[in-house]
Design a protein around this ligand. Structure first.
Ligand code: NAD
Length: 278
């Protein structure tokens, strides 16, 4: 059912509280699982999947409340007529990630797996502390691999030609002295997508990474070194602004959809052009 604040327009788009609620049907019939989806980019990917017509969205995180405030992603999805479930999972636990992917069975199994959960460190220079480095790798790298493995296993068993999207970063393509462990993890994600694309391509499963530039989220605002560099980044970005989480959501929807059916192994930069210029 569409929410009462929803209005159909002549273009067929639906508006919800001033936002375009239903923008396309490119994910029609697909079940989408998103990790780290309570807040920020993951929340926008989950809501974006519903706006692009997903059959169901499994919103997963260690907690359900958005760090930036606002309503939980599941409520936002249901308000625009979508179907959503919240499933708590810590991506550093292989068994919790396996259970998460199994939760999609209620809707016929996962078609699109988005391994988005990631963290930054307050102090991530050349002398990054070992315990911080290992904590970051556990989330940003191990957690992404566990998600891709769990999804690939169920897709193969079902003979489903699914799409797996791994959350990289422009920090996985270019380095910065204040994000040593973070860049190392995201560079690993970019190469993980290429290697998994080769391993899973014969089964028709596509694996790509997405590499956002500077996106306005809680993570950005609460990582002091990144937040203080944000203005400089914005001035050097050809489009002269930060990105919005929903712009990553739209790019992920395309990678998850059949519109990108011959695309695998890429690192899709969504950065306003920042990494294209010196
Ligand atoms: N914001 C940016 O500018 C930017 C740029 C490039 C890449 N990214 C990447 O995008 C992803 C999302 O970032 P964001 O800016 O939305 O951050 P965010 O902090 O707003 O959201 C991250 C979410 O991940 C969840 N999370 C953290 N550890 C987890 C764990 N162990 N298991 C499950 N969930 C966990 C958090 O609870 C949070 O809801 C990250 O992988 C990040 O590295 C962000």
């Amino acid at each position: 059912m569409l929410h009462t604040n929803t209005v159909a327009t002549r273009t067929g788009a639906f508006h919800f509280n001033g936002e375009v609620a239903h923008v396309s049907s490119i994910l029609d019939g697909k079940t989408v699982v998103v990790t780290g989806a309570a807040s920020g980019i993951g929340r926008a990917i989950a809501i974006g999947a519903a706006r692009h017509g997903a059959k169901a969205v499994i919103v997963s995180d260690v907690e359900q409340t958005p760090k930036e405030g606002g309503e939980p992603a599941t409520d936002a999805i249901e308000a625009i007529g979508g179907t959503a479930r919240f499933h708590r999972a810590d991506v550093t636990s292989r068994s919790e990630v396996d259970d998460l992917v199994a939760a999609a069975d209620e809707f016929g199994g996962v078609d699109v797996m988005v391994c988005n959960a990631g963290i930054t460190l307050a102090d991530d220079g050349a002398d990054v502390r070992e315990e911080d480095y290992r904590r970051l790798m556990a989330v940003n790298l191990d957690g992404v691999l566990f998600g891709a493995q769990a999804a690939a296993r169920t897709m193969k068993t079902a003979g489903r030609q699914g799409s797996i999207v791994l959350m990289g970063s422009m920090g996985g393509v270019v380095g910065a002295g204040f994000t040593v462990a973070y860049s190392t993890s995201k560079g690993g994600v970019v190469l993980m997508a290429k290697a998994l694309a080769d391993a899973l391509g014969p089964d028709g499963i596509r694996v790509n990474s997405i590499c956002p530039g500077v996106i306005d989220t809680h993570l950005l605002r609460n990582t002091p070194a990144v937040a203080s560099a944000a203005d400089g980044f914005r001035q050097r970005t050809p489009l002269r602004r930060m990105g919005q989480p929903s712009e990553i959501g739209d790019a992920v929807a395309w990678l998850g959809s059949d519109l990108s059916s011959f695309v695998t192994g890429i690192a899709l930069l969504v950065d306003g052009g920042l990494t294209s210029v010196v």
